[in-house]
Design a protein around this ligand. Structure first.
Ligand code: FES
Ligand code: FES
Length: 177
């Protein structure tokens, strides 16, 4: 269902305000934003989707990873106006009908997190990896999440979590719920 949300760009000069239409987790938003507003700030502060974290703010850590038209992107490195007309998925969009996504389940079952700060970004990178390669080797998983840093260094269990999710997704009935 599309919801129209008209939001006022705060702190923007009239010339720098733009109207964007962006579908986030299946809901289309119409928002007036400052042309300089970063996507991560749009998601967190305007849409209140605080699952997307800010770690470094310099495109190094991957904590802010979201999917833009299915492709992983660091939302601290994109302007909100750059996703005008596009579809964005955040970690809040993974669960469906009260059921965890296999990647979320994998991180739970395999203890793929410690402090959890990197987790939303890791999960989004994992979803993109498994969409492209449903049965990745450990090496391919490590390469797939190489843009995401875990300061707790919990990589062994993160890899296991992604392997769990890959298996679970392959076992799921094709075309079924
Ligand atoms: S906050 Fe975006 S890459 Fe670190
Ligand atoms: S679990 Fe703490 S940064 Fe990854």
């Amino acid at each position: 269902m599309a919801i129209d949300v008209e939001e006022v760009a705060t702190g923007a000069s009239p010339n720098s305000a733009r109207v964007i239409h962006v579908t986030v987790n299946g809901v289309t938003h119409r928002s007036k934003v400052d042309a300089r507003l970063l996507l991560v700030h749009y998601l967190r502060e305007r849409l209140r989707l605080t699952g997307t974290h800010i770690g470094c703010d310099t495109a190094h850590c991957g904590a802010c990873t979201v999917l833009v038209d299915g492709i992983p992107a660091k939302s601290c490195n994109l302007l909100a106006v750059m996703v005008d007309g596009r579809s964005v998925q955040t970690v809040e969009g993974l669960e469906a009908g009260g059921k965890l996504h296999p990647v979320q389940e994998g991180f739970t079952k395999e203890h793929g997190l410690q402090c959890g700060y990197c987790t939303p970004g890791m999960m989004m990178a994992s979803v993109a990896l498994l969409a492209k390669n449903p049965n990745p080797t450990e090496d391919e998983i490590r390469r797939g999440i190489s843009g995401n840093l875990c300061r707790c260094t919990g990589y062994v269990n993160i890899v296991k979590a992604i392997q769990y999710a890959g298996k679970k997704m392959q076992e799921a009935p094709k075309g079924g719920a």
